[in-house]
Structure formats: C-alpha cells, structure tokens
Design a protein around this ligand. Structure first.
Ligand code: MRU
Length: 356
C-alpha cells in the first residue's frame, strides 16, 4: 500500500507529492515547522492527509518543546494547535484533527493532574498515530459502501486526487474504485488532470497505474464532451468540507462537473469520512475557500506561461450545492437527499459509535 504519511523514530515521514510522479522521495520532518511548511506547499495535501499531518505535527512540536513548567507546556500545546489551524482554511479534517488532539490533551492532562511530560508526549504521539490508522479503516468502510453503487463495466470520472495520497491510505473516491475493482468489477477510470496544480495528472494517474487499474487521463475541459458522447457512467469525487445541508467544497472544477452530470443524467457521488462534515456550517456559502498564489496559474514547473502583470484569480476549491449530488458516501453509510436531514443524522450516528 502507498505510505502517504507515517510517524517513524519520532519524526514525521511523508511522501513528497510535489515530486510525484517523476520521483518517489520521502521527506522526514524533524520539527513541527517543517510539517507546517509541507502542508502549505502541498508536499502533503488532501483533506484527511492534512488532518493527520496536523495531528502528528502537534505531537512532534510537543516532543521537541523544552520542559519548563506545566503552564508553559499547556501554552506550547495551545500555540501549536493555533499554528496548524492557520495552514489551510478549507479542509474540515484539519480542524477536526486539531480539535481531537485538544480533547485528548484535556483528558490526559486535566487541571489538577500530576505533570509527567514524557507520558504526555508519548500519549500525544500515540493519539496522532491512532488518527492515521483509523483513517485507513474508515476509508475501507467508505469503499465497501461505495462499491455497491458501482457496476462492472462502468466508466467512472474522478477529479483531483482523493486517493491513498490524500488520506492515511486507500483513499475515499479512489477507495470506492479500489473496493469495486477488488470485488472483481471491471472499471475504467477517467482522470481529470485538475488544473492548476495537476493532482489528477500527477497523483491519481500515478496511483491507478501502480495498481494496474485501467485509466485514461483527460484535460479538465474535455469532461463535458465525454459526458455528451455517453462515455461516463458515474462521477465520484472526494470532499474538503461538507456543510450541514450537504453542500460540498472540493477541488476547483468539481462544481462544473456536477452541473454537467445533472444535465446529462449521470450520477454524481461524493465520498468522504464524517470528519469532513461540518455541522456548524449550515450551507456552502459559509465555507471558507482558500485562494492560492497566482504563480500556480501563471507558471508550470518553474516556467512562466502567462504574460507578466496579468491579474489572476486562484481559488483552490469550489462549492457544489447538495441538489447536484446523488449521494454522499461515508464510513457510516450512504446519505441520500434531503441532506439537511441525512447529513446531521449520519454525523450523529458516528459520534454514537465513537462513544461506544
Ligand atoms: O488542494 P488539495 O490537493 O489539498 O485538494 C484536495 C482535494 O480537493 C481533494 O479532493 C479532497 O481533499 C478530498 S481528499 C480525500
């Protein structure tokens, strides 16, 4: 299995996604600052993977922090959490993972507890590793639910990379495809290249080729023509944040695909863990959308492709209204419209499971 991120010998090791597919190189982060830089520059990306990196980054920061007093230890922890929350604004999983670390820290270090820095540090690292392992198990469950929606012979279009590389392993949208293939179904995947930074061409194409899953790469602007020609049976994508009413933020270009899918009568599925659901955001218009550097649009591979001085708009994500989404597949099952009922129920169900 592709190892996206791991905790090894008190460092955080991640595959460098900026270098794929040209080079399979691993980056070893020895400080939390290196993990923050890796999240910001897309060395690691994809909502669940960013969450795992943040949890590990907080644990790493605590491991390297000087031990002075319990109050400084607590302040250091809070400061680390604040720093990671500032990295990328859209992926709900990042905030979920930081909140989970905070809740865990409060449990293992309540106000009057004795101060045992070694125990606390070790426990935080263990919790971050649990988040990683749980994510892989969750993706397998998503795959199991999603595969039931895919028939042998289907041509499935996907956008961006919602695979092993975007998660702890196995993937969400690609996890569904992996699970369907694992059941012996013949699937052909159409891969959107995903401008501007080509997560589809570089990462999804690489992942599918690693596993010999038949795939065809297309430029983003070819998807509508393929739908018009009747070449696409289903579309499946991941998600960065799902609002309470089912509106979903995902890689820029997802909305265009969803509208086209509805125009052509093609089912449009979102696959995501419940940690992507944000019940505090009532609808998609309240989801914060990250805007990234203009160079992602004006240059490629360090080579300028647009004239100097041209104005650039570079939102990394868009929002697809729930009315365009056929179903949302999570580890707790498949949510169907009306999402303002099914999404809160599904998120609640997971909380109950966690409590058990
Ligand atoms: O900017 P990125 O590469 O982090 O964007 C990633 C996506 O939009 C993915 O589709 C999403 O995070 C789901 S990953 C399982």
């Amino acid at each position: 299995m592709i190892k996206t991120i791991d905790w090894r010998d008190d460092t955080v090791v991640m595959i460098d996604q900026k270098r794929l597919p040209r080079e399979e190189r691993y980056l070893t982060c020895k400080t939390h600052g290196e993990v923050i830089a890796a999240i910001n520059d897309l060395t690691i990306r994809g909502a669940p993977a960013i969450g795992i990196a943040a949890a590990m980054g907080v644990a790493l920061g605590m491991l390297r922090s000087p031990v002075t007093s319990p109050s400084v230890f607590r302040e250091t922890f809070d400061d680390l959490c604040r720093q990671f929350r500032k990295t990328r604004p859209t992926a709900r999983n990042l905030f979920w993972a930081v909140e989970r670390m905070k809740a865990y820290f409060s449990r293992i270090f309540p106000p009057d507890a004795p101060f045992d820095a070694a125990f606390l540090r070790r426990s935080l690292a263990d919790e971050a590793r649990r988040i990683l392992n749980e994510d892989i198990a969750i993706n397998r469950r998503i795959g199991g639910f999603g595969a039931a929606l895919i028939q042998s012979g289907d041509a499935v279009l996907t956008h961006c990379n919602a695979g092993a590389l975007a998660t702890g392993g196995y993937g969400t949208a690609l996890g569904v495809i992996r699970a369907a293939v694992g059941q012996g179904k013949a699937i052909h995947v159409f891969v959107d290249e995903t401008r501007p930074v080509l997560q589809g061409a570089r990462l999804t194409a690489w992942e599918l080729m690693q596993e010999h899953i038949p795939a065809t790469l297309i430029a983003d602007n070819m998807a509508g023509y393929l739908m018009f020609r009747g070449k696409i049976d289903k579309i499946i994508v991941g998600a960065d944040r799902i609002a309470k009413n089912g509106d979903t933020a995902n890689k820029i270009g997802t909305y265009t695909l969803a509208v086209l899918a509805q125009a052509h009568g093609i089912p449009f599925y979102v696959a995501a863990p419940t940690s992507t659901i944000d019940l505090e955001t009532p609808a998609g218009d309240a989801i914060p959308i990250e805007e990234r550097a203009p160079e992602e649009v004006t240059s490629w591979g360090g080579c300028r492709v647009a004239p100097e001085g041209i104005a650039v708009f570079n939102p990394a994500f868009d929002v697809t209204a729930g009315r365009y989404i056929t179903a949302i597949i999570t580890e707790a099952g498949v949510a169907m419209p009306p999402y303002d009922e099914s999404i809160p129920a599904m998120a609640g169900q997971t909380r109950l499971n966690e409590g058990c």
